[in-house]
Design a protein around this ligand. Structure first.
Ligand SMILES: [Zn+2]
Length: 59
């Protein structure tokens, strides 16, 4: 299933977090993904480097 975001899609949060772990443990400067999120478009999971846009609860 193609996702309109064009991002790599993971079928569940487990796979996404595994991929996230690989990204964060590798030292590639090009990959800055910080968290996994559920996609409302394809109902899969993606990685993003952005913090949540709404409400800055921390700080
Ligand atoms: Zn998606």
């Amino acid at each position: 299933m193609a996702c309109p975001t064009g991002k790599q899609r993971f079928r569940d949060d487990f796979e996404a977090k595994l991929a996230l772990l690989r990204v964060t443990t590798s030292n590639s400067p090009r990959r800055q993904e910080k968290r996994a999120y559920h996609c409302p478009h394809c109902h899969g999971w993606h990685l993003t480097s952005q913090a949540k846009k709404h409400r800055k609860a921390r700080q």
